[in-house]
Design a protein around this ligand. Structure first.
Ligand code: ADP
Length: 186
């Protein structure tokens, strides 16, 4: 199963991606987590240090850095049987790069899952999370970037799109996604 998860910051993609990855037995690949892993204290990499200034401002890391990192991750053995991409692609240009990458591998996406959550719920959740880049100003900037840069992907992927109401308990939402995928990919 090859999935892309799309949704605004705070929509719960990461939580659901972890759970879905277990159910579907494919790796969860989060670009945010990959960047943060490159910033582990004492083991910072060039990619991490380059990414940090964008992340701290709520801006997108430049495509060349992001795409190269994803390309490399997809060469790992565990990604042969499938993957759940969380936080990538985030722009139409990244979607183009992903298509090219999958083409080279002779692969296609099975579905693109959209997590729908009202904006006031999102901001409240993120303020409660307390990550470094979760100040109110940066949160608002990330929502703006989502609206301007990422939301256009929904139209781009309309044929593969599975939209999920992502307000509810963690378990309910996992079940909704799993049910929707079963219906769709049957
Ligand atoms: P959130 O879902 O709250 O935005 P993430 O962990 O997905 O958190 O991303 C954190 C930050 O990492 C983003 O604000 C951005 O700076 C950077 N980032 C993650 N994915 C991408 C991507 N595909 N392209 C560019 N930057 C990215």
């Amino acid at each position: 199963m090859r999935l892309v998860l799309v949704g605004p910051p705070g929509a719960g993609k990461g939580t659901q991606a972890t759970r879905l990855a277990e159910r579907l037995e494919v790796p969860h690949i989060s670009t945010g987590d990959l960047f943060r892993a490159n910033l582990t204290e004492g083991a910072e990499t060039a990619i991490g240090l380059e990414a940090k200034r964008y992340m701290d401002a709520g801006d997108l890391v430049p495509d060349e850095v992001t795409v190269a990192m994803v390309r490399e991750r997809l060469t790992h053995e565990d990604a042969i049987k499938g993957f759940i991409l969380d936080g990538f692609p985030r722009t139409l240009s990244q979607a183009g790069s992903l298509e090219q990458l999958l083409d080279e591998r002779g692969e296609v996406l099975d579905a693109v899952v959209e997590f729908q959550v009202p904006e006031d719920v999102l901001v409240a959740r993120l303020l409660g999370r307390g990550r470094n880049d979760d100040t109110e100003e940066v949160i608002r900037r990330r929502q703006e970037v989502y609206r301007d840069e990422t939301a256009p992907l929904l139209e781009h992927y309309r044929e593969q799109l599975v939209s999920i109401d992502a307000v509810g308990t963690v378990e309910e939402i996992t079940d909704r996604v799993a049910d929707a995928l079963r219906t769709r990919t049957r």
